[in-house]
Ligand binder design. Sequence first.
Ligand code: HEC
Length: 127
Amino acid sequence: MMMSFGSSRARLLALSLGLSTLAVGVAHAEMPGLELDGDAAAGKKIANDRAKGNCVACHIMADAESPGAIGPALIAMQTRFPSKEELAVQIWDATAKNPEAVMPPFGKHEILTQKEFADVVEYIWTL
Ligand code: HEC
């Protein structure tokens, strides 16, 4: 009796561990393999457009008008992110790295179209 109780608990534990590993894998793989060769000039407009990316509401960026400072200043990005892809993941879904992130998941929630997303990533990568 004890044995079978113990092993079914162990199986349950194994199952729930497996499920949480799966969930993490899915969350991370969510960003589709996008072409990250956007238009930086278009991305700059979107990032500063209060009705679109509105990154300016929370981030200081070069030439931004009355930016907010809720998030870190977006400067020296290429020294802070190892690749454009890593930067893209952060913008696609900030909760992938930090479940408590207040930054909206721009890609995951389709706040930006895939073209707008690629343009913004291209622009931010130049900062
Ligand atoms: C509501 C406020 C808010 C908005 C809007 C916002 N962010 Fe953020 N962002 C944050 C916060 C806060 C962080 C800090 C990390 C966290 O919360 O996990 C952050 C982190 C980041 C980082 C990581 C910076 C670093 O050095 O680690 C990047 C890159 C970034 N945001 C880009 C963007 C872009 C691009 C946009 C617009 C498309 C945007 N953010 C819109 C709040 C915001």
